[in-house]
Design a binder for this molecule. Structure first.
Ligand code: ADP
Length: 261
């Protein structure tokens, strides 16, 4: 709390009292702290791959270094870390666009059935590598008004997370339900699950339950923050239920028409 005080006097100059103004600056402090945390997080996330790129490049350039096998290995690490940087920068740019007060959706009629099927076909390439089966229960011919590329990003992020946080031979179930006003898309996995105390935090920027695992799968910790912004931009909401070692369900609910509010 910030306190500002001022004395006040009567016409003969006697002190009559003091006015005290109490400002509750908890919110301001919290926003300022979040901004500082964000900058610290971004710097840390950028520094990690750069340190590794620099280190391996210097090793290869060393006059003493002469091992073609290792050289290939180091170059592939440099390549992978550059990919990480590129994804991170893209996610940061997407997020900063979405966090602007008045970000514009390009709303157009779209077949959400086809959009989901397109996302699933795309993700199957990744799922196959871990022998993860993707089952679907998608009602045909559902159309909504929404932003096609942004909703595509939502569904891809959620399906890729389901793949990343599920062990080999696991399974994922994607469903699409609709009534006249809403659509509901659920992505369910039988993967590693999320501890109850983390459920509230996973939509925060850079929050990860397990940093090491997320990095290994190429995660930036920004995916769910992006998902939440896009869904809320469509006046919808995202819910999650999860049990550790059993699996998770993410459900996105969006109105079929986008009414200006
Ligand atoms: P990341 O890039 O780390 O995947 P996200 O914002 O997409 O970042 O997710 C935040 C964290 O939430 C992840 O690091 C992971 O710990 C957890 N998470 C997200 N989806 C799932 C899931 N389907 N199963 C288990 N954990 C998940």
């Amino acid at each position: 709390i910030e306190v500002i005080g001022a004395p006040f006097f009567n016409s003969s100059g006697d002190l009559r009292g003091v006015v005290l103004v109490f400002h509750d600056i908890t919110d301001l402090k919290r926003v300022e702290q979040m901004r500082k945390d964000f900058v610290a997080n971004v710097s840390h996330e950028l520094r990690t791959p750069i340190t590794s790129i620099k280190g391996f490049a210097e090793t290869i350039l060393d006059d003493e270094f002469n091992d073609p096998n290792l050289e290939r290995k180091f170059l592939s690490i440099i390549h992978k870390e550059s990919d990480r940087l590129q994804t991170l920068i893209q996610d940061l740019l997407d997020l900063s666009k979405l966090e602007k007060e008045a970000f514009d959706l390009t709303v157009q009629p779209l077949m959400v059935t086809e959009l989901l099927e397109e996302c699933i076909d795309f993700a199957r390439l990744e799922a196959d590598k871990k022998s993860i089966a993707i089952e679907t229960e998608i009602i045909p011919d559902v159309s909504i008004k929404g932003d096609y590329p942004l909703l595509r990003q939502v569904f891809l992020n959620l399906i890729y997370n389901a793949i990343n946080y599920t062990l080999e031979n696991g399974s994922i179930h994607v469903s699409l339900k609709a009534n006249e006003s809403w659509i509901k898309v659920s992505i369910k996995d039988n993967g590693i699950g999320i501890p109850q105390e983390a459920l509230d935090r996973i939509f925060e920027r850079f929050y990860r339950v397990d940093k090491a695992r997320s990095r290994n799968t190429g995660g930036t910790g920004l995916g769910l923050a992006i998902v939440k912004h896009i869904v809320e931009g469509h006046h919808g909401f995202v819910e999650v239920e999860s049990e550790l070692n059993k699996g998770s369900i993410f459900t996105v609910t969006i109105p079929r028409e986008q009414v200006e509010i």
